[in-house]
Design a protein around this ligand. Structure first.
Ligand code: FAD
Length: 404
C-alpha cells in the first residue's frame, strides 16, 4: 500500500497528482520557513469553551496533550488583542451566542472571539502524537462525519471495512452486500456532497499522517515515524491519501485567488525590514506556485436549480465542524483542529463567497482577519507537510521491502 502513488487527474479539480508531487518539495521549503516567521507563528485561540453539543468529560491527561502559551508582551504590539479589536471589529460585526460562549461569524467558520483566549506560538506546539484516542476522539470524528456530512458517514457506509478495500475498487455486487458502500464515490451523488466528504476525510488523513510520522514508541519513549501506523490508517485506504492532495489543491486555489491581497498585506512585525522583505518574497513564491498548481474549479459547484440552498447547507455544516472543535478533549489537538478548520473555512469563503471585486486589496483592505490569513497558510503548510511525510514513508517502505 505504501508504494502507491496516485496518478492522473484529481477528481473535481483540473489538476493531476503528478503536478502536485512535482511542486511539493519547493512548496514545502517555502511554507516551512514562512510558518516560522513572527507573523505566521502566533495564533490566538480560546481553547476553553464549552462543547456546544454534549457534555465533554474525556479530557486528555497525557503530558503531550498540553500546550505552551506565550505572554501577550512577547507578541509584536500591533497584533495584540487591544490593537486587533480596534482594527478587526468592523461596525455591525455579528457575534453568535451559543451555550457558554460567543463566536464571531465568518461565513464558513465560527471564529473565536478575539477578546478572549491565549496566544500560542504554533512552532512550539507541533501537531503530533498526543495519545488522545478512544471514545472521546471517536465521538468527535463521528459527529463530524455523521452529523455534518449530509448524512454520509464511513461508519454507516462501510461498517466492517477492512484495509485495502477501497470503495472505488469494490465490485458492485460487493458494494450492495456492504450496504450503501458506493455513497463515497457514486457519481450520481451530488458533487457538493462528495466534495464535502473529501475535505473532511483529507483533513482526517492529514492529521493521522502527522500522528504517525511524529509518534512516541510507548515502550522506548523515543519519537519517530511509524510506518505500520501510517499503513493502517492512511495508505491502506488509497482514497484517503488522494483526499490530502485534494485539500492541498483546494487551498492552493484559494491562495492563488488571494494572491494580490496576500502580497499587499503588511507582515511587518518589528521594523526589521530584511525579515519582512523575505517573508513577502517567500509568500510571493508560494502564490506563484499556487497559480500553477491550484487548479480547483470552484465554478463547477453550486450551479444547479437549488444551488443557493445547497450552498447554505454546505456552509452551515462546515460552521458546525468548526464548533465541534470545542468538543475535542485534548488541548493541542483542539488547537490544531481550530487552526485547520479555520484555514479550510477561509479557503471556502475565498472560493465561494468572494468575487474579484471583493478580493481587490485596494477596494477591500480589511477583507480577512489576521487569524484567517495565519490559519490559511498554516493549514496549507500542514497538508503539504503531510505529502512530504508520505515521501518519507514511501522511502521507509522501499527500504523495508529491500531488506525482506
Ligand atoms: P480515528 O483516526 O479516530 O478514526 C476513527 C474512524 O474513522 C476509523 O476507525 C475509520 O473508520 C474512520 N477514518 C479514519 N480515517 C479516516 C479518513 N481519513 N477518512 C474517512 N474515515 C476515516 N491525536 C493525536 O495524537 N494528535 C493530534 O494532534 C490529534 N488531533 C486531533 C484533532 C481532532 C480534531 C480530532 C477529532 C482528533 C485528534 N486526535 C489527535 C486523535 C486522532 O485523530 C485519533 O482519533 C486517535 O489517534 C485514534 O485513532 P484511531 O486509529 O482509533 O482512528
Amino acid at each position: 500500500a505504501c508504494e502507491y502513488i496516485p496518478t492522473g487527474p484529481i477528481e473535481t479539480t483540473q489538476c493531476d497528482f503528478e503536478t502536485v508531487e512535482s511542486a511539493t518539495d519547493e512548496l514545502y521549503e517555502e511554507l516551512h520557513a514562512l510558518v516560522e516567521t513572527p507573523f505566521f507563528k502566533y495564533f490566538r485561540a480560546d481553547l476553553y469553551r464549552d462543547c456546544p453539543y454534549w457534555q465533554e468529560n474525556g479530557f486528555c491527561m497525557n503530558r503531550e496533550c498540553g500546550i505552551t502559551t506565550v505572554d501577550e508582551s512577547e507578541i509584536p504590539e500591533r497584533w495584540r488583542a487591544a490593537e486587533l479589536s480596534k482594527i478587526e471589529m468592523p461596525a455591525g460585526d455579528q457575534r453568535t451566542e451559543l451555550p457558554g460562549c460567543y463566536y464571531r461569524d465568518s461565513d464558513y467558520c465560527f471564529l473565536d472571539d478575539m477578546t478572549e483566549g491565549d496566544y500560542i506560538d504554533l512552532t512550539l506546539n507541533p501537531e503530533r502524537f498526543t495519545g488522545y484516542a478512544g471514545p472521546s476522539a471517536h465521538r468527535v470524528w463521528k459527529a463530524i462525519y455523521e452529523e455534518n456530512c449530509f448524512g454520509m458517514s464511513e461508519w454507516d457506509v462501510l461498517p466492517s471495512r477492512s484495509p485495502n478495500v477501497a470503495a472505488a475498487a469494490l465490485p458492485d455486487s460487493m458494494k450492495k452486500a456492504l450496504g450503501n458502500a458506493d455513497a463515497i464515490e457514486d457519481p450520481k451523488e451530488c458533487l457538493e456532497r462528495r466534495v464535502y466528504y473529501k475535505i473532511v476525510s483529507g483533513l482526517h488523513a492529514s492529521i493521522s499522517t502527522h500522528i504517525c510520522h511524529d509518534t512516541m514508541n510507548q515502550t522506548t519513549g523515543e519519537w519517530g515515524p511509524d510506518l505500520k501506523c501510517f499503513i493502517s490508517r492512511v495508505a491502506a485506504y488509497p482514497e484517503r491519501l488522494q483526499y490530502i492532495y485534494f485539500d492541498a489543491v483546494l487551498l492552493l486555489r484559494a491562495v492563488a485567488r488571494l494572491g494580490p491581497y496576500l502580497t499587499a498585506y503588511d507582515y511587518c512585525a518589528s521594523g526589521t525590514h530584511e525579515d519582512d522583505a523575505q517573508t513577502l518574497a517567500r509568500l510571493t513564491h508560494v502564490v506563484d506556485i499556487a497559480r500553477a498548481v491550484g487548479r480547483f474549479d470552484e465554478t463547477a459547484l453550486f450551479r444547479g436549480a437549488n444551488a443557493e440552498t445547497l450552498k447554505e447547507e454546505f456552509k452551515e455544516h462546515f460552521r458546525n465542524v468548526t464548533r465541534i472543535m470545542d468538543c475535542v478533549g485534548c488541548d493541542k489537538c483542539r488547537l490544531w483542529g481550530k487552526v485547520q478548520t479555520t484555514g479550510i473555512a477561509t479557503a471556502l469563503k475565498v472560493l465561494f463567497e468572494l468575487d474579484e471585486k471583493a478580493l481587490d486589496p485596494k477596494a477591500n483592505t480589511n477583507l480577512l482577519q489576521r487569524s484567517e490569513v495565519v490559519a490559511l497558510i498554516n493549514t496549507l503548510h500542514r497538508l503539504v507537510e503531510s505529502l512530504h511525510m508520505v515521501q518519507d514513508f514511501r522511502r521507509m517502505w522501499a527500504e523495508s521491502s529491500a531488506e525482506d
